[in-house]
Design a protein. Structure first.
Length: 183
């Protein structure tokens, strides 16, 4: 009697070995959840960084717009003559377009969503944000390099702008009572 043993095909493996191999090659539920939690933490970190960058860029934009508004008004004021004998304040002038000298701008303020133009009208550069501008003119300052001129010949004009985020931008300018003479 001869005994014959069945020969298994080369590619076949018993079922118990194939199930083990399947378990080792696939992700378990715990591994999938762990990967999801790590991915969620990374996404939240990136999102937090993006939010902080957006807030910082909004602050920089508001500050730049405040500087623009202050510079525009300071340039307008410096284009006017300074006469120290003029009374500080608007002197009853109803409109900024009627101001004729630096002294008229003392205690001037405006609040708007756009730049009020000297000739009337406005220029929208602020979007929907409200900026508050104010001016202070202080007569009687002396530059450190001039000990001869009377102190009344000089003034400091300070234009301050309060941005929507509460930050205050100030631009001080020195003005003098002088005239240019040609020879």
């Amino acid at each position: 009697m001869s005994r014959e043993f069945p020969i298994a095909p080369i590619n076949s493996t018993p079922w118990r070995f194939s199930a083990r191999r399947r378990r080792r090659s696939a992700f378990t539920l715990l591994e999938g959840l762990t990967a999801s939690v790590i991915l969620a933490i990374l996404v939240l970190g990136v999102f937090g960084s993006l939010c902080a960058a957006y807030q910082e860029s909004a602050s920089v934009r508001a500050n730049a717009t405040g500087i623009l508004l202050a510079r525009q008004l300071a340039d307008e004021i410096l284009s006017k003559p300074f006469n120290p004998t003029n009374t500080l304040g608007s002197g009853g002038l109803a409109s900024r377009s009627l101001f004729t000298n630096v002294s008229n701008y003392n205690s001037y303020s405006d609040s708007s969503k756009s730049i009020p133009l000297l000739a009337g009208g406005s220029l929208n550069v602020t979007g929907s944000d409200v900026y508050n501008r104010s001016v202070a003119v202080v007569v009687g300052v002396t530059p450190s390099i001039d000990a001869v001129s009377p102190t009344t010949d000089f003034a400091i004009v300070t234009v301050s702008v309060t941005c929507p985020n509460g930050q205050i931008v100030s631009i001080p300018e020195l003005v003098a009572n002088y005239s240019l003479q040609s020879n």
